[in-house]
Structure formats: C-alpha cells, structure tokens
Ligand binder design. Structure first.
Ligand code: GTP
Ligand code: MG
Ligand code: ZN
Length: 299
C-alpha cells in the first residue's frame, strides 16, 4: 500500500492513505542505511505502508524527485530534510518585523537552487513597507532570476498572485517566524484555519506559532506545506567550489574570470568582483556569497 507523509514527529508520522490521514510508525529498518539524515522520512515522501495492529507502519521510502534540506541543528555533517517532492520553495520574508535579512533569504534561495527546486520570494507586510527597500529587493532578485511577489495580508495586495502561484503545485512555505506564512495561507484558503500569532503575541517574540511542518490540500488545487519559523539555516552539502554556481547572476559572469576555478575572492582579473565594484552585482548578494563560502570552508 502506498501513501504520502503529511507530517513528521519524533517517532511517528501522519500518512495520507486512500484519502484519509492516519498515524504511522517508522520502522527500525528505515534508520539502517540512512545515517546521513537524523530522521529518515520527511513531509512529501511517498512511502509504502503495511497494516500493523490498529495502525500503519512505514516500510519503505520511494525514490524522491528532489529534497529540500539543511544542516541539522548543531551538526554540519548531518542533514535535516525539510520536505521532498516539491514543485517550488516559496520563501516568505517581510517588511517590518522580523526585519528583512538578505543573508537569511540568500541561504534559503541558494539551497533551493542547489537542490534543483524552483523558488519564489514572497515579501509580505507591504502595508509596513519601505519603498526604497522594496525597490532594492525587486531589482536584486530580478537579477538573480528569482520571482518576487509582494503581499500584504492586511491590504490583500498580491494575495491573488500568491494564490495563483500555489495553485496546482506542491509548495513549501519557508521563512523566519512571524513573517506571516500561516496568515497568508488562511487568506488563500480560509478553510485551513491555521493558528497564527495574535498581535499580543509580539510579547513572546522568538516563539514559533506554527510548531510542526504539515502538508495541506488547497481548495483551489495543489498542496502546501506550512512550517515553523526558521531559526538558523545552513545549506547542506554544497561544495565550496560549487557555491558560486548557485548564485545565478554570478554563474555566467564567472566563466569569464581569468582563472577557471575563481572563487571571486582575491583572485586577479575576477569579472564577478569587477561587476560588483561597478554596481552590476548587488552588494547584499556578493556579501551573502562570501559569508556562505566562509562558513562552508570553516565547517
Ligand atoms: N502588518 C501586517 N501584519 C501581518 C501581515 N501578515 C501577517 N501579519 C502578522 O504577523 C504576525 C505573524 O503571523 P503568522 O502568520 O503567525 O507568522 P508565521 O510566519 O506563520 O510564524 P511562525 O508560525 O511562528 O513561523 C501575526 O500577528 C499577523 O497578524 C501583513 O501583511 N501585515
Ligand atoms: Mg505559522
Ligand atoms: Zn572571479
């Protein structure tokens, strides 16, 4: 029997099986070979299940089309899989609080790019926006080949556009706590009735409102995975000399550097550095590249 994992907890999962969501146990042998991963299954996995007593047990994870993961907390050599079999990663950031962080966004977008998963950048809370920041973000990410959707759950700006973007696809919604992921999903599909942070909840800044990742069916068609806010994100398994290929605005230009292995640091006649100095590559992106590169080298 086959099913799809819609939620993963420490020892148990929820599997959608023949239209029903049922708890399923993870069998010990799933843990055998997959030493790389802390948890061997993730939301989005297609699995084989067997009847076991009253419930189900997962016996096998079917091959994945793709997977979006990161370094496991406190362990750069192990991977935490966040979701699999995705059509897109919808990275949600915002104006106002929490403040927009180019480095956080770039880490997430680079990881999606390296995993071969298309990504979209949603910047929510345009009702609190800063025109200059908005223009800068749009320019920067257009150059990085990333679609940007500006939304506001307050004024409904961009909500239809986001809705169209999610329809018929399997999407992961991913971003810092408090950017409005669950609020936006409730607007797109009120039937979901997801828990969101109350305004007074600002007192508990740093606490997640959504506490587990779960896949939902959208009334419009498609599925979406709502997730708890990201605390720290480190892309997993990108070799230092491949990182540059996952910054689209640098990848092509980098072929014209004097040295074919140019990492765009201190090498002479580096076209990427020159482009950055001349204002043709956004400073925030170039800085993100150098920061992530340094982290990879330190790990
Ligand atoms: N001003 C403004 N506030 C918003 C907007 N969207 C969401 N909020 C508020 O932002 C807060 C956080 O929203 P949530 O939807 O709970 O955020 P989240 O990203 O799901 O957070 P976690 O579940 O903790 O990851 C709530 O108080 C929302 O009312 C918006 O467009 N404008
Ligand atoms: Mg939430
Ligand atoms: Zn270079």
């Amino acid at each position: 029997m086959g099913g799809v994992i819609v939620r993963v907890d420490a020892r148990q999962c929820e599997v959608r099986h023949q239209g029903e969501v049922l708890p399923a146990a993870m069998r010990g042998r799933l843990f055998d070979k997959k030493r790389l991963d802390k948890v061997p299954v993730a939301v989005g996995d297609h699995v084989l299940v067997t009847q076991e007593g009253d419930g189900l047990a997962i016996t096998e994870v079917l091959p994945r089309e793709n997977l979006f993961g990161r370094c496991a907390a406190g362990d750069d050599h192990r991977r935490q899989i966040l979701a699999t079999n995705l059509d897109q990663v919808v990275h949600v950031a915002c104006f106002g609080t929490p403040p927009f962080s180019s480095l956080t966004s770039d880490r997430i977008l680079v990881a999606a790019e390296a995993a071969g998963i298309p990504s979209v950048l949603v910047v929510n809370k345009t009702d609190l926006d800063d025109r200059e920041l908005a223009t800068g973000i749009q320019r920067t990410y257009a150059a990085a080949n990333t679609e940007v959707i500006l939304t506001s759950a307050e004024t409904k700006q961009g909500v239809d556009e986001l809705s169209a973007c999610l329809t018929g696809k399997q999407s992961l919604l991913y971003g810092l706590s408090g950017v409005g992921k669950s609020t936006l999903l409730n607007q797109i599909d009120p039937g979901l009735d997801l828990k969101t942070r109350e305004v007074s909840g600002a007192l508990h800044a740093g606490r997640h409102t959504t506490t587990f990742a779960k896949m939902y069916d959208l009334a419009l068609g498609g599925t979406v995975i709502d997730t708890p806010g990201v605390r720290s994100f480190r892309p997993f398994g990108i070799p230092a000399n491949e990182l540059r290929l996952h910054f689209p605005e640098m990848a092509l230009l980098g072929r014209q550097c004097k040295f074919s292995g140019c990492l765009h640091q201190k090498e002479p006649k580096c076209q990427v550095r020159t482009a950055h100095e001349e204002g043709d590559i956004a400073t925030s992106r170039f800085r993100s590249y150098l920061s992530i590169l340094q982290e990879i080298n330190e790990a």
